[in-house]
Design a protein around this ligand. Structure first.
Ligand SMILES: [Zn+2]
Length: 285
């Protein structure tokens, strides 16, 4: 089990399988409209695409490519998460609106975190469903939501989705499995909130007398390290330590209280650059 940052939530999520990021830019309003959201539901979808290879990576890339229709035209369509039998990928912060529910400005799009469960033929379907259950429980825990907030896409628009879970009568067992995992979740640890961060516009900013150098890149953790509320070794942890090999999403780099550069994640955790595999130069040459 490893803790992973859930972008847009204060608490991390704990998973037994890899969690990766392909965060979409705000320059793709069809996928990321930039609307703030207070997430109060978790909506389970299925991709409906059984073609070989159409797993989590493919569905993340599809959004990164603008969610084109058959004619290649970008559609107003997105989801926060996608999961298959090997991993989950996050594309949008869970505190921003995604276009997934088919109810336009209704409560599905405006209040629900969306997860697409992949149904590609080359996947281990039982494993994929178990991963989807684990992810749902972890995200509900991170958001402080109960099992009553796990709903089908069908609830919002009447669409037959998640079709396989609905068709074969598996939905009640799916919900039960999430509820069991929720009951066993370790939600006792309370972490500090990170210090404020600048607007995420790809520009450098000065905030609190410190320069935030915009970087927008993923970093792999080289040395187990604790994300902190500020760029200071004495600052409070914002979550449990990240493990070597985990990925973090860095939006800025800032000079720390220790005189060394720290990476700042999308929701504000600070991590020493020295503990990450990719180094960048901070400040003017
Ligand atoms: Zn759906």
């Amino acid at each position: 089990m490893a803790d992973h940052e859930l972008v847009g939530a204060v608490r991390p999520i704990r998973l037994s399988f890899p969690f990766e990021y392909l965060m979409l830019p705000t320059t793709q309003p069809n996928q990321r409209p930039g609307l703030a959201m207070n997430p109060t539901f978790y909506t389970q979808h299925e991709t409906g695409n059984m073609n070989t290879g159409m797993g989590a990576d493919a569905h993340a890339r599809y959004l990164a490519n603008g969610a084109p229709n058959d004619a290649g035209v970008s559609q107003q369509l997105s989801y926060h998460l996608t999961v298959d039998d090997t991993k989950a990928v996050q594309m949008l912060p869970v505190n921003e609106v995604a276009w997934h529910a088919g109810d336009e400005g209704g409560p599905g799009n405006m209040t629900a975190v969306a997860c697409e469960l992949c149904v590609n033929a080359d996947a281990d379907q039982a494993r994929a469903r178990a991963n989807a259950q684990e992810l749902a429980a972890a995200v509900l825990t991170a958001l402080g939501l109960g099992i009553d907030r796990l709903v089908q896409h069908n609830r919002w628009s009447g669409k037959n989705c998640p079709a396989l879970l609905r068709h074969d009568g598996a939905w009640p067992a799916f919900v039960d499995g999430v509820a069991e995992r929720l009951a066993g979740a370790d939600s006792a640890t309370v972490f500090a909130k990170p210090a404020p961060v600048p607007a995420m516009d790809g520009e450098d900013h000065v905030l609190g007398g410190r320069t935030f150098w915009a970087v927008q890149r993923r970093y792999q953790v080289a040395t187990p390290t604790t994300p902190r509320a500020d760029a200071d070794p004495a600052a409070e942890p914002t979550r449990a330590a990240v493990a070597a090999g985990d990925w973090v999403h860095g939006v800025w780099v800032v000079d720390g209280a220790d005189g060394r550069p720290w990476a700042v994640t999308q929701w504000g955790s600070r991590i020493p650059m020295a503990d990450l595999t990719t180094r960048v130069t901070v400040g003017p040459a």
